[in-house]
Design a binder for this molecule. Structure first.
Ligand code: PRX
Length: 690
């Protein structure tokens, strides 16, 4: 789509990037926040912002740390002796599982910590009280320590679906000081295996199966693939621990390997009633790794520290989601992504709220399901992605009206939300009385960085809000010059100062941490401090006169599909794993439901006798290497790639063809004639409806 009158000027947005195909909308008028919230919200006035300003960086962030229970108080708020590797709340020690469980037992031990909602609607929701959750975490921690030898600092890979066993396993690791690395359940066994190898995990925890869209999936075989892939990369998994979706009935066809595999539900009874003292971890000890896609084919393990991360997850849950102890809150996301870590598990549980965990797909068996769940459980705060909102709207535009739920705050996360979808969310899901918060952040940032505060800031459909207290964004052009607010020009979204939730490093690859996030606008000085190392988010954005940000999308080789980040290089290398594929290039296209989707172009070593079958093999290769959620929207088999004279594939030309826009000057290509040929192939595929 060519830029229209209301579109930002392109500035630093590279052609062919996700941001360049962003569908724009006019700047919307602001709506006042709901009156009802003003009297009760956690943040009711500007006092929070004033306090942050007055205390200044970095001491302002003590207010976040104060939300936690420390085993040993910290001596310094922040240490930047070695920028951009920062330490937060230095000298302090704490345990994340104790913050999420033990400290709530006296006050609310018998209140639900988790409401588990199975996908099968006939199965009633199950409440796990704080006391029950505490007991289950302790039993598993004892088992992990005694049967699998898990110790503080060990990495444990977790490949589980959305059942209570997932947070139980995470918290058991945290209790021991072990670093969990949760791999989204929808990732393939291969993708899981690569993450096991990179993290150096000796222990893999999985489940036999789970329900998804009305089917029981056999998940266990993924573990066998993962272990084999990790072994090829030189990492042996010593222990495969398997939960049963329905305890007592191992439902997978895959056999167990004696000595390595353990059915957790069989052995756990021996550990029931055990109390494992939470290990006092230094504030800067890593709590978890979360792998995310970048510009190379290799996913990077974002390493999050214990004190800084937890303080930021708790503070942002309080400020933006307005969570309160004992209130029921539901984030319809997957714990396997950062949103679920921060806003299903660590944020809500550290605040003593009740968090809903839903196993399945949102619209199963019909689009009224989420609203029935919300009504039944009395959910007051709800959060999901624009993709889920679009799907629920398309399938059941009036379904929320039929339900008796009442939300106070409804949050959206993960992708830009267009005003029409925003309005349905506000008017129909929120019934015109809930505050919408459009929260922008990333795996790397640990928690929300920009959003309106629900009781005090006006809402602006299509824009995330102003920065949260302590966050200092700026838009820079390619030369590092500040793009003034209100100019309508897009640029790199950059954060000038660090905050406690910022990832600590890329696991095992500190150089990559520096080059990916800080090198671009770094300033050489004799005595470097944090001021010389602005954080580059990788997003293109526009800063309005009122300080609100509009996020356009990624400026790098990352495509955001339904709020899941996919690296184009990862998809390309999956295609190249097929012997018949000579070259592969992946570009983003807008998608009505999922925001964006990848389109794959491949050229073959020999012409294919059955192009359709070849296309299907390419799709399968992507699903095997990454997972079904990465499935391309289309696969085009082309005679050659458009290339520069030096042989570089011109992805921007392919992106223009896929998006029906002008590829610009192609005469300098080594093979300009191929552009027309590719255009014909794509047009023919479009008219076939593929
Ligand atoms: O492009 C931005 C987009 O999602 C990217 C981060 O993806 P991930 O690390 O998987 O984390 C997703 C959950 C935080 C960002 O670089 N993004 C995230 N939130 C928004 C968004 N784009 C627009 N508006 C948002 N609210």
């Amino acid at each position: 789509m060519p830029p229209g009158a209301s579109d930002p000027e392109w500035g630093a947005v590279p052609a062919g990037s996700e941001a360049s195909i962003a569908v724009h909308w006019p700047e919307e008028a602001r709506l006042p926040p709901p009156v009802g919230l003003a009297a009760t919200a956690n943040v009711r006035d500007d006092g929070l912002r004033t306090r942050f300003r007055e205390r200044g960086f970095p001491e302002c962030f003590r207010e976040c740390a104060d939300l936690l229970t420390w085993m040993h108080p910290y001596a310094a708020t922040f240490d930047d002796a070695n920028p951009p590797f920062y330490r937060w709340f230095v000298g302090g020690s704490l345990n994340a599982s104790a913050n999420c469980l033990d400290r709530h037992l006296d006050l609310r031990g018998d209140r639900p910590a988790i409401w588990f909602v199975p996908e099968r609607e006939a199965a009633a929701p199950i409440a796990l009280t704080y006391r029950t959750l505490h007991a289950r975490v302790n039993a598993l921690a004892a088992l992990l320590r005694e049967s699998a030898g898990v110790r503080a600092g060990d990495r444990v890979t977790i490949h589980l679906p959305m059942t209570p066993e997932l947070p139980i396993t995470m918290l058991a690791c945290a209790r021991l000081g072990a670093v969990h690395s949760v791999v989204f359940g929808g990732f393939s066994g291969e993708a899981c295996g690569r993450r096991i190898a990179d993290s150096g995990s000796r222990v893999l925890i999985t489940m036999d199966g789970y329900d998804r869209a009305g089917r029981r999936l056999d998940h266990r075989p993924n573990a066998d693939t993962a272990i084999a892939v990790a072994a090829q990369a030189g990492r042996t998994v010593d222990h495969l621990l398997i939960w049963e979706r329905d305890p007592g009935t191992y439902a997978s066809a895959a056999p167990l390997r004696p000595g390595r595999d353990l059915l957790l539900n069989d052995v756990l009874p021996a550990f029931e009633g055990r109390a494992i003292a939470p290990v006092a971890m230094p504030s800067e000890a890593p709590l978890f790794l979360m792998y995310t896609s970048g510009t190379t084919g290799r996913p990077k393990g974002a390493q999050h520290g214990t004190g800084g991360y937890l303080a930021w997850a708790a503070a942002t849950s309080r400020w933006v989601l307005d969570l309160r102890p004992e209130e029921v809150y539901w984030c319809l996301a997957d714990i396997g992504w950062i949103t679920g870590h921060s806003y299903i598990v660590y944020g809500p549980l550290s605040l003593g709220a009740t968090t809903v965990l839903y196993e399945g797909v949102p619209a199963h068996p019909d689009p009224g399901r989420p609203w029935r769940i919300a009504e039944r459980l009395g959910v007051r705060v709800f959060q999901t992605s624009p993709t889920a909102i679009r799907q629920l709207r398309q399938l059941g535009p009036d379904a929320p009206t039929a339900s008796g739920h009442r939300f106070r705050v409804i949050a959206t996360v993960g992708e830009p939300i267009e005003p029409a979808t925003w309005r349905w969310y506000h008017d129909v899901v929120g019934k015109g009385e809930a505050a919408v918060v459009d929260t922008w952040w990333q795996t790397e940032t640990g928690g929300i960085l920009t959003s309106t505060l629900p009781a005090i800031d006006p809402m602006k459909p299509g824009s995330t809000g102003p920065p949260l207290p302590g966050i200092d964004p700026v838009i820079l052009d390619d030369d590092g010059k500040e793009v003034p607010k209100g100019s309508g020009r897009a640029g790199h979204l950059v954060l000038r100062s660090p905050w406690p939730g910022l990832m600590q490093t890329v696991w095992g690859d500190p150089d990559r941490f520096v080059t990916t996030y800080f090198a671009r606008f770094h300033r050489e000085t004799e005595n470097p401090t944090w001021r010389d190392w602005p954080y580059v988010a990788g997003d293109g954005a526009v800063l309005a006169e009122d300080g609100y940000l509009r996020i356009l999308g990624r400026l790098d080789d990352v495509i955001n599909v339904a709020g899941h980040r996919l690296g184009t290089k990862e998809i390309e290398s999956a295609c190249l794993s097929l012997p018949e594929v000579a070259e592969a290039a992946v570009v983003p296209v807008p998608d009505e439901l999922r925001g964006k989707r990848p389109v794959v172009y491949v050229s073959l070593r020999r012409p294919s006798a059955d192009p359709r079958a070849t296309g299907e093999r390419v799709t399968r290769a992507v699903e095997t290497a990454i997972g079904r959620f990465a499935r391309p929207k289309a696969v085009h088999i082309v005679p050659d790639m458009p290339k520069t004279r030096s042989g570089k594939i011109m992805r921007r030309v392919l992106a223009a063809i896929s998006n029906g826009s002008d590829p610009g000057d192609v005469t300098t290509l080594s093979n300009p004639a191929v552009v027309e040929e590719i255009r014909r192939i794509v047009a023919a595929a479009g008219s076939e409806g593929s």
